[in-house]
Design a protein around this ligand. Structure first.
Ligand code: SAM
Length: 260
C-alpha cells in the first residue's frame, strides 16, 4: 500500500520561509560549474522542486543574465516564489515529467526534495533529458544512512525508519544516474557537527507542521512520545543546556556527456 505524501506543501507554503535554517545562500556547485565552463552566453538553469524559490533567487543575483526556471508540484510554494521575482519562470509540474524540450539547460539542481518524489528514477532521467550536452545536474539532500545520531532520529526514532525508505542511499542514486547516461558521477558526503540549545530545539519541534518533513512523516503517537520525552528532559535538572548534534548531507553530481 502506498503511503500518503510526507507533507502537503500547499498547506504550509506560507510558513515555509519562516524557519531560520532555510538556506538563502547561492549554490556553490552552480558557481563552480559556471567558473569551469566559462560560458560566452547567458547560462540557463533549472531548479527541480524549487519550493519557495530561494535557491534560484540567490543564484540569479550571483549570475546576472541567468535564464532561470523553477518547477514544483505545489502551487502554494510557487506563489511564494513568484512574489519574490518575476524574472524567473515558475511552473507547476511533476519532477518526473518536466515541461521542457530536451537539451534546454546548462545546469539543473534539486535540493532537499528527492525524498518526496514517487518516481525517483523517472526524475533522474528527466534531469538528464532536459540538460544540454556538457550540462550538469546536482542533487543535494540529507543522508539518513549516515545520520543515525541526528537529534531528530534519537527523539523521533520512527522518522529514521521512514527516512531510510524515502531517501535512497547516495550510491544507489549515483548508480541510477549512471544508468540514465550521466558521466563523471560523484558523491560527496559532508558531516555537519554543531551544538543545539535543547530548550530552543523543543520550541522548534513543537512547530510540527513547518519544522521539517520528518515530524510530519511519523505517526501522531510517535510525535507525541518524542515531545513528552523532550519536555521531561528539558524540565529535569539533569537536562544539559547544549547538546552535540550531527547530520550528514550528500551532494551527488553528474554531467551529460558532450558529443551525443
Ligand atoms: C523541502 S521542500 C524543498 C524546496 C526547495 N528545493 C528548498 O530547498 O527550499 C520540497 C519541495 O518538493 C516539492 N515536491 C514534492 N514532490 C514533488 C514532485 N513530485 N514534483 C515536483 N515537486 C515536488 C514540494 O512541493 C516542495 O516544494
Amino acid at each position: 500500500m502506498s503511503r500518503p505524501p510526507r507533507v502537503n506543501y500547499d498547506q504550509i507554503a506560507h510558513l515555509y520561509d519562516s524557519q531560520p535554517y532555510r538556506s538563502r545562500a547561492v549554490d556553490r556547485e552552480f558557481l563552480s560549474f559556471l567558473r569551469e565552463r566559462g560560458m560566452d552566453r547567458p547560462p540557463t538553469a533549472l531548479d527541480i522542486a524549487c519550493g519557495t524559490g530561494n535557491q534560484l533567487v540567490a543564484n540569479r543575483a550571483a549570475a546576472p543574465g541567468l535564464i532561470a526556471f523553477g518547477v514544483d508540484r505545489s502551487l502554494g510554494m510557487l506563489r511564494q516564489a513568484a512574489a519574490k521575482t518575476e524574472e524567473i519562470g515558475w511552473l507547476q509540474a511533476d519532477s518526473a515529467a518536466l515541461p521542457f524540450a530536451a537539451g534546454s539547460f546548462d545546469f539543473a539542481g534539486c535540493q532537499y526534495a528527492f525524498h518526496h518524489f514517487r518516481d525517483k528514477a523517472g526524475m533522474l532521467r528527466e534531469a538528464y533529458r532536459v540538460l544540454r550536452p556538457g550540462g550538469r545536474f546536482v542533487l543535494r539532500n540529507l543522508c539518513p544512512q549516515h545520520s543515525e545520531d541526528w537529534l531528530y532520529y534519537r527523539y523521533f526514532p520512527e522518522a529514521f525508519i521512514v527516512d531510510l525508505l524515502d531517501f535512497w542511499p547516495p550510491d544507489a542514486i549515483a548508480a541510477i544516474m549512471e544508468g540514465a547516461g550521466f558521466a563523471a558521477v560523484e558523491v560527496k558526503l559532508e558531516h555537519l557537527r554543531f551544538d543545539v540549545d535543547f530548550a530552543e530545539w523543543l520550541e522548534i519541534v513543537r512547530r510540527r507542521r513547518d519544522t521539517c518533513s520528518q515530524l510530519q512523516a511519523i505517526s501522531d503517537e510517535a510525535y507525541a512520545a518524542g515531545i513528552r520525552r523532550l519536555e521531561a528532559e528539558v524540565a529535569g535538572a539533569t537536562a544539559p543546556v547544549a547538546r552535540a548534534d550531527h547530520l550528514c548531507m550528500a551532494t551527488i553530481r553528474g554531467d551529460k556527456p558532450t558529443g551525443i
